[in-house]
Structures are given as structure tokens and as C-alpha cells.
Design a protein around this ligand. Structure first.
Ligand code: PFF
Length: 444
């Protein structure tokens, strides 16, 4: 269709970019608080089920839509099914991306604030980390300035282009992130009393399970894998014809899940080891909610030698994880404006950056607005997007085209059994399961 459209240069670049999008604050900031809230190991089991049964098939489906159309998220539906309402699924995706950016950018700003506090040594010697975090939350101006800086940094990579900006940055940042996470996880496990955290993480305990665990885990899986809003459609549109979708989706999902679990292995042992009241730690974790990361982690570092160094490394890592995700979110909205409204890439980027800043300012001023954006996108918009994407690829698209994309025009020999499982999941399991989880979650 659009033969001259830019593509990523290498297979490794494809994995780095897609994993860069998937691995983000969702894994390190959102996953631990959701896990604490959802009963630890039980949440994780349901979560892994969602990754296997919804996540991987949907990611493959988004790749199919993206590469076969070589267009932005909304344009892709329009090209594959002209003159039908399917383009609204793409538009919903773009809107979802914009909404996620509106609160995600604020957390990115917190990350920079904490990076600064670590580098300058300010975090050292703080007595009460909880009020240190609250003082940031109560200072909108401070949050807004960091959020704006992060939005500009993201825009810089978008302006540098698909190969030089998105692919190159991910190829450098992702390995660094892994290395840092592993070092920190080893350090956290070595703390005295860490075992309580590991038990919480890996041993199912039905006492803390909530009825909404399925909806929460499904929302988290969609959010973490960056699926349900067409992010992987946009990235898939930059894949060349040799990329193996199934293998790529499995690799990205594995990396993403590993990072989430590693984040759990850092946070929970640290929280259990550092608490003064082991009996109430689970309640504390639940009450700490999303702030957990900015309270427990600095507290952990403060008990270690060279605390400023550890804290700086960690918040740098968090910023890396975050920026490869904000780049992917911003790319979805930017390339939509660029291709659908014939704006230059530069103008589109600036428009999106300005829009995101406006949402970000409101999110910084109002925690209810922040929460509405977070919950409506993860729990509602992404699963709804995922539902329609599965219906589109499973039932509406010509299955010959789907087969040709999955096998790279017949050149990859994938097991027929696998193909059958994929189609079966996409047609008969994913749509009804999303609807069922949705209804059950809303009634619970
Ligand atoms: N997957 C990212 C994370 O876990 O932080 C967030 C995200 C990026 C969600 C891109 C959706 C998306 F399209």
C-alpha cells in the first residue's frame, strides 16, 4: 500500500521498541500496587492468564492490522475496511493514547523529581518518606514543571524520527534497564526479613482477594502490554516483511512480565524488610497504593550504603522505562494527526505535546481527574478496544490476509496447531471473556 513508509532497521530494534513501549511505569509503578491490592500471588496468577489468553493473541492481531495497512491506528482500520464504522475503533484508540498520556506524564514528572532529589542527596536522611511524597503531591507547580520537561523530552525523540529517535533510544535504554533491575532485585532479596515479601508475592493467599481481581488484572495486562489502543498497530506498521509476529509478541510479553515480577521482587521484600509492623504490612501496602514506589523504595535505599547512588540509579531507570513508553504513546497520536490531517510531523508533535501538557496540568491539580483518566483508560477503554480488535481480526478481516501476515506470505512454517489455537482464542475466547469479566467486574 504505502511501500515507502519508514520501517525499523533490525529485528533487535523491533523488539527493543515494542518492549520499550510495553515495559514502563505500568510494570514498576502500577503493577506492584495492583498486586498488593489484589491479594499478591492470586493477582499475579490471574494476570499471567490474561497475558497468555488475551495479551499475546491481541498483540499479534495489532501487528497484523499495522503491517498489512502500513498506516496509523485510525487509518489502518479505514484502509482495511473502507467506508465502515471500524475506523471508530482506531479513533477510540488514539483518544485512549492521549488520555493515558494525560496522567502518565505526571508520574513521569514525579520520577524526574525523585531523580533530582536523589542526585542532589536530598533523599538521604529523610525521616518520613510518606510525607516527603505527600509534599510533592501537594505542590502542583513542582509537578507541572517536571511533567512539562518530560513531555518535551519525549517530543524530542519523536521529532528525531522512527529509526533515529524511537528505535535507537530503545536499543540503548532497554538493556540498561534490565541490568539495573537485576542488580536491585538481588540487593532487595539480600535484606533481612525479605522472605515475607517473597512469600506474599509467590504464595497464593485467598484472604486478600477482591471480587474485581479479574477486571483489575485484565486492565493491568492490557495497560502493561500496551494493547487495546492500537499502539502495537502503529509500531507494527513500521515492521518490515521479515518480522515474525508470533515470536515477537511472545518475546515482548515475556520481557514485560519479567520486568513486572522483578519490580515486585524489589518492592515487596523491601517493604516487608523495612516495616516496623510486620503484622499490618499488607494493609499498609494496600493503603500506600500507587505511591508505594515513591515511599518504600527511597526508604530502602536510605538503609543502604551509598544510598544516593542507588536511588539515582533507580529513578534514572524508572525514567528510562517511562520514556520509551511515552514515546510510543505520543507516536500513536502524532502519526495519526500527521497522516490523517496532513500536518507535518513537527506540527503534529507540537500539537500533541501541547495537548498532553494541558491534560497533565489538570491531572496535577486534581487527583480525582488523575484517577478518572487512569481507571477509565486501563479498566474500560483498553479492554473495549481489545474487544473490537479481536472481533475485527477474528471475524471481519479476510482470514487469508491474516494467515499471510502470520506466516510472512507463507515463508515461515508455523505449526498449524498454533494457528488454530490463535484463531480459536481470537474468535471464541477473547471477546466473550472480555465481556464477561467486564460485566462481572462492574457488578462486583
Ligand atoms: N505499557 C506501558 C506501561 O506499562 O507503562 C504504558 C502504555 C504504553 C500503555 C503504551 C499503552 C500504550 F499504548
Amino acid at each position: 500500500m504505502n511501500a515507502r513508509r519508514v520501517t525499523f532497521a533490525s529485528k533487535i530494534g523491533v523488539i527493543a521498541a515494542a518492549a520499550g513501549s510495553a515495559v514502563g511505569l505500568g510494570n514498576i509503578w502500577r503493577f506492584p500496587s495492583q498486586t498488593a491490592d489484589g491479594g499478591g500471588a492470586i493477582f499475579i496468577l490471574v494476570y499471567i492468564g490474561c497475558i497468555l489468553f488475551f495479551g499475546i493473541p491481541l498483540m499479534v492481531s495489532e501487528f497484523v492490522i499495522g503491517r498489512s495497512s502500513r498506516a496509523n491506528t485510525a487509518g489502518a482500520f479505514h484502509k482495511l475496511s473502507p467506508g465502515t464504522p471500524w475506523k471508530w475503533v482506531g479513533r477510540l484508540g488514539v483518544l485512549t493514547g492521549f488520555i493515558i498520556l494525560g496522567f502518565y506524564m505526571v508520574v513521569c514528572g514525579w520520577t524526574l523529581d525523585y531523580l533530582m532529589q536523589s542526585v542532589t542527596g536530598n533523599l538521604q536522611g529523610i525521616e518520613d518518606f510518606s510525607s516527603n511524597f505527600t509534599s510533592l503531591l501537594c505542590n502542583p507547580l513542582r509537578q507541572i514543571l517536571w511533567m512539562i520537561l518530560f513531555a518535551f523530552l519525549t517530543a524530542f525523540f519523536i521529532l528525531s524520527g522512527v529509526k533515529k529517535g524511537i528505535e535507537q533510544s530503545a536499543k540503548i535504554m532497554m538493556p540498561m534497564l534490565f541490568l539495573l533491575l537485576i542488580i536491585l532485585a538481588v540487593r532487595a532479596i539480600m535484606l533481612d526479613g525479605a522472605s515475607g515479601g517473597l512469600t506474599f508475592l509467590f504464595k497464593p493467599n485467598l484472604d486478600h482477594v477482591k471480587p474485581t481481581v479479574f477486571l483489575d488484572a485484565m486492565g493491568q495486562a492490557f495497560f502493561s502490554l500496551s494493547i487495546g489502543m492500537g499502539c502495537m498497530i502503529t509500531y507494527g506498521s513500521y515492521f518490515d516483511n521479515r518480522i515474525n509476529f508470533t515470536r515477537t509478541a511472545m518475546q515482548v510479553a515475556t520481557l514485560d512480565t519479567l520486568v513486572a515480577i522483578l519490580a515486585g521482587i524489589i518492592i515487596f521484600p523491601a517493604a516487608f524488610a523495612l516495616t516496623a509492623n510486620p503484622a499490618t504490612i499488607v494493609d499498609e501496602l494496600v493503603a500506600g497504593g500507587p505511591g508505594l514506589l515513591f515511599i518504600t523504595i527511597p526508604e530502602l535505599f536510605n538503609q543502604m550504603h551509598a544510598s544516593s547512588l542507588w536511588a539515582s540509579l533507580f529513578f534514572f531507570l524508572l525514567a528510562l522505562a517511562a520514556i520509551t513508553s511515552t514515546i510510543s504513546l505520543m507516536e500513536v497520536v502524532t502519526v495519526y494527526l500527521h497522516e490523517e490531517y496532513n500536518l507535518s510531523r513537527r506540527k503534529s508533535t507540537l500539537l500533541v505535546t501541547a495537548g498532553v501538557m494541558i491534560l497533565g496540568v489538570i491531572s496535577s491539580l486534581s487527583s480525582s481527574f488523575f484517577n478518572i483518566l487512569d481507571i477509565s483508560s486501563a479498566k474500560f477503554m483498553l479492554p473495549i478496544g481489545g474487544l473490537f480488535i479481536s472481533l475485527f481480526v477474528g471475524w471481519h478481516l479476510d482470514q487469508k490476509l491474516v494467515y499471510a501476515e502470520l506466516t510472512n506470505q507463507g515463508t515461515i512454517k508455523i505449526a498449524i496447531g498454533f494457528l488454530k489455537i490463535y484463531t480459536f482464542l481470537l474468535r471464541f475466547i477473547v471477546p466473550p471473556a472480555i465481556v464477561a469479566i467486564f460485566i462481572y467486574g462492574l457488578m462486583a
